[in-house]
Design a protein. Structure first.
Length: 475
C-alpha cells in the first residue's frame, strides 16, 4: 500500500510539473512574441522596403526551388518567382526526376534550351542530366536543373552547387512569394553588426488554399473552405506569429521553414549542405549551422525571423495527405533530436542547448506520449474513484479556455498588425475552428505523431512518402 501510494504521488507530481512548465512556457512565449512583434512593427512601420533595391551594395541571391511532379501548378509557381523584385537574383528550379510533365511544361512555357554550364560539384548529389536556360530575354534569370531523383535535400544541394551568389533562398516550388519578400528577408543581413553575423533568415508562411491567384501573385486572400485547411490556417498563425517570434526574441530559433528560408551559402557549403538522410532537413540544417558557429567559427551569430506573411503555400486538404505530412514531420524531429543529442542541456551551446533543444525534446517530441499516458491514467483513476470528477471537469474547462485564449491571441495580432483577411466573417469561422480544434484536429495530430514514432523506431521508415497536390487553380 505504501509503494502504491508513493507511485501514485510520483506520477501526480510528474504530470503537475510537466503541465505547469508547459503552461508557463506558453505564457512566456506569448509575452516574448508580443514584445518582438511590437518592436518589429514600430521599427519598420514607416520603412519603405522597395527602397532596398536601390542600395548600392546588396548581397547576391539565388532562389532554389526543388520540383517533383508539380505539373498542376508549376507555371504559376515559376511565374511567382520571376516576379520577385531584387536587383541581382537567379531563379534555380531543380527538377528532381519528376515522372509527370513538369519539365516538359517548363520547357514549353519558358522556351528552355539546354546549355553547357560550368560549376563546381562542392556537394555530392545524384546525377545532373541537363541544365536549361530560357532563349527569351524576359526569362534570362531562370535556370532549370534536370537531375535524377534524390529527394528534396539532394535537389537543394544541386541548386547550391550551381549557385554563385552569397545567399540562397530555399523554397518549396508550390509556394507563392510576395513581391517584397526578398527585400524583407535580406534586411537582417544588411543590418548585420560587426560582432554578430546573420547566418539565416526565416519568414511567415500562410495558407494559399482558396486564395485568388493572378499572374503568380496572391490577388485576394480568402479563408479556406476546406475544414482541414481551416485547421491548419489557425495552426500556422500560432506557430509563426507567436511561437517563432518568441524564439527569435532570444535568438533561440531552431527551425526555419523548409518552404521559405534565406541562408548564408558559404556556411552551408562548409557544413556539407543539406543532410540527404534526414526528412526534417529544415530543422536539421539550422541546428548544424548553429553547431558549426559554436564549434568552429566561435563567433556571435543570429538566426533572424520576419513576422510578415511573405510566403503562401498549399496545405493538405484531405486526411490522407495530412497524416503523411505530420508523420514525416514527426520522423524528421526524432531523427534530428537523435543526431544532435549532444546539444541537450549542454551549456557550451548557450540558450540553444539549455532552453531551445530541451523544449523541443520535452514539449514537441515527447508531448504526444505524455498526453496519451496522462489521459489513460486519468481515466483509470476516475474509474477507481481515486480522483474527484469535479476537479477533473474544472481543470478541463481551464485547459480548454487557455487554449482558446492562446489561439485568439494569435488571431488578434494577425488582424491588428497584418490584416491579410479583410472579410470579418473569417473571425467567426476561425472562432468555430478554435473551439472544435481541440476535439478533432489536436487528437488527430497526436495520433499522426505517435504513428511517426512507430514508423521511425519499429518500421525503420526514413523516406518522405508521396504527397499529392491539387494545384492552386483547383483551390
Amino acid at each position: 500500500m505504501g509503494i502504491e501510494h508513493f507511485l501514485h504521488s510520483l506520477i501526480n507530481v510528474f504530470f503537475l510539473v510537466y503541465g505547469l512548465t508547459l503552461f508557463v512556457s506558453y505564457i512566456t512565449i506569448g509575452i516574448f512574441s508580443s514584445l518582438e512583434l511590437t518592436f518589429y512593427n514600430n521599427r519598420n512601420k514607416y520603412f519603405n522596403f522597395n527602397s532596398i533595391t536601390d542600395f548600392k551594395e546588396l548581397p547576391t541571391i539565388s532562389v532554389i526551388a526543388p520540383c517533383y511532379n508539380e505539373e498542376k501548378s508549376i507555371v504559376e509557381n515559376v511565374r511567382s518567382l520571376l516576379s520577385l523584385k531584387y536587383p541581382d537574383l537567379d531563379i534555380i528550379v531543380v527538377n528532381d526526376g519528376s515522372t509527370d510533365d513538369s519539365l516538359k511544361i517548363l520547357k514549353e512555357t519558358y522556351h528552355l534550351v539546354r546549355v553547357n554550364f560550368a560549376y563546381e560539384q562542392s556537394i555530392n548529389t545524384e546525377k545532373v542530366r541537363g541544365i536549361y536556360k530560357s532563349s527569351g530575354k524576359e526569362y534570362s534569370q531562370l535556370i532549370v536543373i534536370d537531375k535524377e531523383n534524390g529527394g528534396k535535400s539532394d535537389a537543394l544541394n544541386a541548386g547550391i552547387n550551381l549557385s554563385r551568389n552569397e545567399l540562397f533562398l530555399a523554397i518549396d516550388v508550390d509556394c507563392i512569394i510576395e513581391q517584397e519578400a526578398i527585400s524583407r528577408m535580406v534586411k537582417p543581413f544588411l543590418e548585420e553588426e560587426d560582432d554578430r553575423k546573420v547566418i539565416a533568415s526565416g519568414g511567415v508562411v500562410r495558407i494559399a488554399n482558396n486564395c485568388q491567384i493572378e499572374n503568380g501573385q496572391i490577388a485576394k486572400v480568402n479563408f479556406p473552405k476546406n475544414i482541414w485547411a481551416e485547421f491548419q490556417t489557425l495552426e500556422y498563425m500560432r506557430v509563426f506569429t507567436l511561437g517563432r517570434m518568441a524564439w527569435s526574441r532570444i535568438n533561440g530559433l531552431l527551425i526555419i521553414s523548409g518552404a521559405f528560408g534565406l541562408f548564408d551559402r558559404d556556411i552551408v557549403l562548409k557544413i556539407g549542405g543539406y543532410d540527404i538522410t534526414s526528412v526534417g532537413e529544415d530543422l536539421e540544417l539550422v541546428l548544424r549551422m548553429r553547431k558549426y558557429m559554436h564549434n568552429v567559427e566561435k563567433k556571435k551569430y543570429k538566426v533572424a525571423f520576419i513576422p510578415d506573411p511573405l510566403c503562401w503555400t498549399e496545405v493538405p486538404s484531405n486526411l490522407k495527405m495530412l497524416s503523411r505530412q505530420r508523420n514525416r514531420w514527426a520522423r524528421g524531429l526524432i531523427d534530428t533530436m537523435i543526431k544532435h543529442r549532444d546539444m541537450f542541456f549542454n551549456p557550451k551551446f548557450g540558450r540553444i542547448g539549455m532552453i531551445s533543444f530541451p523544449y523541443w525534446l520535452f514539449f514537441e517530441w515527447m508531448a504526444p506520449f505524455v498526453e496519451v499516458i496522462g489521459i489513460s491514467y486519468l481515466i483509470t483513476m476516475i474509474s477507481l474513484g481515486k480522483i474527484d470528477l469535479t476537479i477533473v471537469i474544472l481543470f478541463s474547462i481551464f485547459a480548454f479556455s487557455f487554449g482558446l485564449l492562446y489561439s485568439s491571441f494569435s488571431v488578434f495580432y494577425e488582424k491588428l498588425i497584418f490584416s491579410r483577411y479583410r472579410d470579418y466573417k473569417f473571425l467567426f469561422k476561425i472562432f468555430f475552428i478554435s473551439v472544435t480544434e481541440i476535439f478533432i484536429f489536436h487528437p488527430l495530430n497526436t495520433i499522426f505523431s505517435l504513428k511517426g514514432n512507430y514508423d521511425y523506431f519499429i518500421k525503420k521508415k526514413r523516406g518522405w512518402g508521396k504527397m499529392k497536390r491539387e494545384g492552386f487553380n483547383s483551390n
